[in-house]
Design a protein around this ligand. Structure first.
Ligand code: PMP
Length: 349
């Protein structure tokens, strides 16, 4: 079975002939880690001969307090992608179906294949989830549905009214995972915080990560908030000691420094507006994005565009032949990207 599962393609790096390199391929934070977080991790490194707290008690409590949820509703894993894998492990049985929009996060099909589940991909409509089509595609075999909000790689969102209508249509026995990896970048007030929706819906759980807005991608830390049967199941299938000590400490320190981190998010959001408006000004069509990236539906030009960017030291994420996803980086990286996009466009038109 493994022979048929394609490998996960992580974001690459690129270097221009004059040595410039901007990684805009993995939606990482463009900032260095906060000094307070580095200090906490450095201090924690002095204890790395010891196993970590297997239950990550302090971090779990910090997340529960932050979101005003019971600690039993919190599940942790080394990255939210691991949580997605664990969730699939808890629901898979022969013939079971998992549903998600397509295109969406590229790990969904990979993890579903690995779990031996049948993927039901419902095409995006106008770059966004077609929730009516998704509700209509539910069968007695559907076990789990991912709703990626904002959607990776398009940055588009589903809004409160349509999401509530969808959740009301999904049978209670189907688990709905609201993947909110990019929640901190959302500014549209009509996009619901999944945590307001899960509270009175036992079949709904929210996935979040410290990888993006909190800048801890290299330490691997993600969490789930859901009712006790879901969060408890995730804890049960977790490998012992899976969340290492440094990640636990960094998560706690990051929550303590959240105001500073969210100020940085605000700057990324401002840059997002600047990049999108710059692209629109150049004549590109760019879906409105609520995440830390933009999507260009380049079609057959996708690979050529990625190559043009790479020659300028810009690594972007091509999904040939649909389009490319470009992370919002530092102002300098964004300027370099806007220049490359303008050059590509003028060469083609
Ligand atoms: N969900 C989505 C939608 C993502 O884009 C990503 C990262 N690319 C993840 C989950 C996984 O993040 P992590 O495993 O780093 O927490």
């Amino acid at each position: 079975m493994l022979d048929t599962v394609p490998p996960y393609k992580a974001g690459k790096t690129a270097v221009s002939p004059d040595g410039r390199s901007y990684k805009l391929s993995s939606n990482e934070s463009p900032y260095d880690p906060l000094p307070s977080v580095v200090e906490a991790v450095a201090a924690a490194a002095r204890n790395m001969q010891l196993y970590p707290d297997p239950a990550a008690t302090e971090l779990t409590r910090a997340i529960a307090d932050r979101y005003d949820v019971p600690a039993e509703h919190v599940g942790l894993a080394p990255g939210s992608v691991t949580l997605a894998q664990q969730l699939l492990a808890t629901v898979c049985d022969p013939g079971a179906e998992v549903m998600y929009a397509w295109r969406s996060f590229e790990a969904y099909p990979l993890l579903s294949d690995l779990a031996g589940m049948t993927s039901v991909r419902v095409p995006l409509a106008a770059d966004t989830h077609d929730l009516d089509a998704m509700a209509a595609a539910v069968t007695p075999r559907t076990r789990l549905i991912f709703v990626c909000n904002p959607n990776n790689p398009t940055g588009t969102v589903v809004r409160r009214e349509e999401l509530v209508r969808f959740l009301d249509r999904v049978p209670d026995e189907v688990l709905v995972i609201l993947d909110e990896a990019y929640r901190e970048y959302v500014r549209d007030a009509d996009v619901p915080d999944g945590l307001t929706l899960y509270r009175d819906r036992p079949n709904v759980a929210v996935l979040r990560t410290f990888s993006k807005a909190y800048g801890l991608a290299g330490l691997r830390l993600g969490y789930l908030i859901g009712h006790e049967p879901v969060a408890g199941a995730v804890r049960k299938v977790m490998m012992p000691f899976a969340i290492n000590h440094l990640a636990q400490v960094a998560g706690i320190a990051s929550l303590a420094a959240e105001d500073e981190l969210l100020e940085r998010v605000e700057l990324v959001v401002k840059e997002r507006t600047r990049v999108r408006e710059g692209l629109l000004g150049q004549g590109w069509q760019v879906p409105a994005t609520e995440a830390n990236f933009v999507w260009l539906a380049l079609g057959e030009d996708t690979a050529a565009f990625a190559e043009t960017c790479a020659a300028e030291g810009l690594a972007v994420r091509p999904f040939h032949p649909e389009g490319a996803r470009i992370s919002i980086g530092s102002p300098e990286a964004n300027d370099a990207f806007l220049a490359a996009a303008a050059a590509f466009r003028s060469a083609r038109t």
